[in-house]
Write a protein that binds this ligand. Structure first.
Ligand code: ADP
Ligand code: MG
Length: 490
């Protein structure tokens, strides 16, 4: 179920709440480290443990990252926002409340743009607020008991809340991918989903077209795009089954089980008033002066959407190619270096979408560790354009470059391209004298095909070109060979 059409006569409505872990070295209200993977409870200080007498101190870097995000999505960055206590009991929450923002969040409004099935889409944001993460309960390896690890307690999060603007699981995934790419591009989140740095809660409801919004169920903590899609697809079918059975949907919080592919009710959904939110008396209102916003604005990188538009305009790339080239900053940098090396934007983009991406995906690599350098690829493309090597030959050269770079552990120099073309015997024959000799010999040796061609049979002409290619051991340029044959026979 991907497109935005109806599902069994129902319209699907989705809003996402996304937690992006902000990439600060220390926690949002304490100086403890946020490095992932430390031994349990070695990175939890007195503030994180909620020892009496400790007070939170706001991390400026976390606020700076929230401002950066707000500017990137065209939101209002609030000059004054308020930290609030969200009260609930859980063993991994020693304070008995989570510090979050409630009525007045730091980022208000804005939108995220992306491309779905070739069409531009826009999802509105409600808000994005700063909050602290909770600790972690460890149920495995504790012999029937539960361990508590408070290393994560106090890790800075930006919770990004969308409007219920999405109409299919595919659209929700496209939005989540665009948001992920954006926070990584901005350098405010490392985007590592396995480590939980970027996770989504999906609010899902269904309705008959034109009806008021249906009751939603919220699927918690989806930390992969595949799970996000599977969980929504399952949930939609479940809700429609229930409605068709004449039953009501109850607002609930559910969990997705990746093993069964099913969602399961965890608890009936609490309402905001259950949390007894109130302003945190330990933290003054967060004031953001216009000068601070201006100084962050001054350091903003060109954004992926703007760069994509530029590549369409200046490089003549189609929209999907431009959005592929801007999937990450390293990818965009690689593309621009290849393009600069060959002055052929479309060919550069085609190589990146084809041969390069194919190998990166198969080997689970990112572009930063590509064993072929952008200068080499640029050089290779130049050699295709100037007729030194055919497209087919270039792919063989590319294979060799990739393999050699892998063995060496780094990309080889550009001059290696010409040597590889020579060594593989792929240099096309550009010496017209030599080509002419071959063409004459082929014409002399294939009287039958020549006669057939003169009688108007195209097939016979192709056979002659084939003979020239064979006689040249594949080194003739087929277009050149064809032209020469035609001029001699015509
Ligand atoms: P909370 O989940 O914290 O109680 P909200 O009411 O603000 O908060 O809603 C959270 C998310 O649920 C938002 O992303 C919003 O777009 C989405 N949402 C609200 N109503 C619906 C609905 N009927 N169907 C699907 N998503 C919804
Ligand atoms: Mg929610």
């Amino acid at each position: 179920m991907s497109g935005a059409g109806l599902v069994r006569g129902f319209e699907v409505v989705i809003g996402l709440e996304t937690h992006a872990q902000l990439s600060t070295a220390s926690k949002i209200f304490s100086g403890a480290s946020t490095t992932f993977g430390a031994a349990p409870n070695t990175q939890a200080c007195a503030v994180d443990l909620a020892l009496p007498g400790t007070l939170p101190v706001l991390n400026r870097g976390a606020v700076e990252r929230a401002i950066r995000f707000g500017l990137a999505v065209g939101a209002k960055v609030a000059p004054l926002s308020i930290f609030a206590r969200k009260n609930y009991f859980y063993p991994d929450l020693p304070k008995g409340y989570q510090i979050s923002q409630y009525e007045i969040p730091v980022v208000q409004g804005g939108h995220v743009e992306f491309v779905l099935d070739g069409a531009p889409r826009k999802v509105r944001l409600t808000r994005a607020h700063l909050e602290e993460d909770a600790g972690k309960s460890l149920h495995e390896d504790y012999h029937g008991q539960t361990g508590i690890d408070l290393n994560r307690a106090g890790t800075p999060l930006l919770e990004i809340v969308s409007e219920p603007d999405m109409r299919s699981s595919a659209e929700a995934v496209a939005y989540a991918r665009a948001l992920h790419a954006l926070v990584v591009w901005l350098g405010i989140c490392d985007g590592n989903m396995q480590e939980g740095s970027f996770r989504c809660d999906a609010n899902v409801s269904v309705r008959k077209p034109g009806a008021v919004l249906g009751t939603r169920r919220e699927i918690k903590n989806l930390n992969s795009f595949r799970f996000l899609q599977q969980a929504i697809d399952f949930e939609v079918q479940w809700q429609i089954d229930r409605i068709e059975d004449g039953l009501a949907i109850e607002q609930a919080t559910v969990l997705f089980d990746p093993d069964s592919g099913e969602t399961r009710a965890m608890r009936t959904k609490e309402d905001a008033h259950d949390y007894r939110y109130f302003p945190d008396p330990d933290l003054p209102p967060l004031m953001i002066a216009p000068e601070w916003i201006a100084s962050v604005r001054a350091t903003m990188p060109e954004l992926p959407a703007a760069m994509s538009a530029r590549l369409q305009q200046a490089d003549g790339l189609p929209p999907d190619a431009a959005s592929m080239m801007t999937q990450s900053r390293p990818f965009a940098r690689f593309y621009e270096a290849v393009r600069d090396g060959c002055d052929q934007p479309r060919l550069a983009a085609n190589w990146l979408m084809g041969e390069v991406s194919k190998r990166l995906n198969a080997q689970g690599r990112s572009i930063e560790s590509a064993p072929v350098s952008p200068q080499q690829l640029g050089e290779l493309i130049r050699r295709v354009v100037d007729g030194t090597v055919s497209n087919n030959g270039a792919r063989q050269v590319f294979d060799l470059l990739w393999a050699a770079g892998r063995i060496q552990g780094e990309a080889l120099t550009e001059s290696f391209v010409d040597r590889a073309i020579e060594d593989l015997g792929l240099k096309q024959m550009n010496d017209s004298g030599a080509l002419e000799t071959i063409v004459d010999a082929v014409i002399a040796a294939n009287e039958k095909s020549v006669a057939e061609f003169r009688a108007g049979k195209d097939k016979a002409f192709n056979a002659l070109v084939g003979q020239v290619m064979k006689a040249s051991q594949g080194k003739a340029n087929p277009a050149q060979a064809g032209a020469l044959l035609r001029s001699k026979l015509g």
